[in-house]
Ligand binder design. Structure first.
Ligand code: HMG
Ligand code: MG
Length: 302
């Protein structure tokens, strides 16, 4: 029997399927199917949906229709429809499209920062400053991401102290929380525990979220360690869709269905209807013609 006295009573899921999930698909999903995906996720009870990204469409063509997606979705009350914005131009596009919140994204590895956003870590922080100013003037909350917190596809191991420095810089800029990206899914409960022991005394668990890719099958175990540390915001992707084009070997995010199932087993409320979520995942996988990566969805097939 797990002693769940220290687990959060409630966990908020950040659904990244429509963004992280679809940015890496070789055959893009039609705009109307993206709209149906976002609406299905909201109907299943997800309250925070990363709906698209406003990056250079030459870099990520799969997200080139994010404006259309934002404009066409029927918005449910109480749902945050967020967008990834790498710079002021991205922020302006996100505002034009009606994003309710934005996220800036940095890395704990210099090489990954260069490949992903074409600048150094410190240049990226400078690029985010005008985004933060514009967001503050517009009353828009900004989330931060740090990639490669448990390993980099180019540099290998990353020191927790490097992660701490970038997290602190994003929080100092005004991000309300930082999502810790295990971009290539190489982390284990051991390395996650060591990272959180290094971060939480300075940053606090309430300003951290976890974003675990599942390449090595460790994501749920790593999230469990995060919950034990008091982290109550978890990123996940319906059907385990996802990956980053600049992180070879990065498979999908942890499947939202699998996280919800685990939370239910721990008696932790996520507000999500698991059956409805499984139906959304099966539907998007059949449209994409790809295998569903959620173990729970597969186990429930009749
Ligand atoms: P750059 O080439 O250095 O940008 O790209 P630039 O400022 O020199 O501009 C070059 C051209 O891009 C110009 O156009 C700009 O207008 C245009 P031109 O004059 O040549 O016609 N441009 C833009 N167009 C549309 N929207 C914009 C924009 N900005 C510039 N916002 C940039 C820098 C950051 C834009 C580029 O590197 C980029 O788009 N990178 C995107 C990378 C990306 O989306 N990666 C995946 C998401 S991150 C991720 O998946 C990790 C995460 O999930 C966490 C984890 O798992 O670890 C978040
Ligand atoms: Mg990711």
């Amino acid at each position: 029997m797990i002693d769940n006295a220290h687990y959060p009573k409630k966990v908020s899921l950040v659904e990244v399927g429509p963004r992280d999930g679809l940015q890496n698909e070789s055959s893009p999903l039609a705009t109307q199917d993206k709209v149906a995906l976002v609406e299905g996720l909201a109907n299943a009870g997800l309250r925070y949906i990363e709906t698209g990204s406003f990056v250079n469409p030459r870099w990520i063509p799969q997200m080139a229709d994010s404006e259309d997606v934002f404009q066409r979705i029927a918005r449910a009350p109480g749902v945050t429809y967020a967008a990834l914005t790498p710079n002021l131009k991205g922020f302006e596009r996100a505002m034009e499209a009606g994003a309710s919140e934005v996220a800036v994204f940095a890395a704990a590895s210099e090489s990954f920062s260069q490949r992903n956003i074409n600048c150094s870590i410190s240049e990226s922080i400078e690029r985010f400053r005008p985004v933060m100013d514009a967001a503050s003037a517009a009353g828009i909350a900004v989330r931060g991401y740090v990639s490669c917190v448990l390993g980099c596809p180019y540099e290998g191991d990353i020191k927790p102290s490097a992660v701490l420095t970038v997290c602190q810089a994003l929080l100092d800029l005004g991000c309300y929380e930082v999502s810790l990206g295990d971009t290539i899914g190489t982390g284990t409960p051991g390395s996650m525990d060591a990272l959180l022991n290094a971060l939480i005394p300075t940053l606090g668990a309430d300003r951290l979220a976890l974003h675990c890719h599942n390449s090595y099958g460790q994501a749920l175990a790593n999230i469990l360690v995060g919950l034990q540390h008091g982290i109550a915001r978890i990123d996940s992707s319906v059907a385990g869709l996802g990956g980053c084009p600049y992180a070879t070997g990065a498979s999908g995010n942890v499947a939202s269905e699998d996280v919800v199932y685990m939370l239910e087993g721990l008696g932790i409320d996520s507000g999500v209807d698991l059956d409805a979520l499984v139906r959304v995942g099966e539907s998007v996988c059949s449209k994409l013609g790809r295998e569903n990566q959620s173990a729970v969805a597969k186990a429930r097939r009749k």
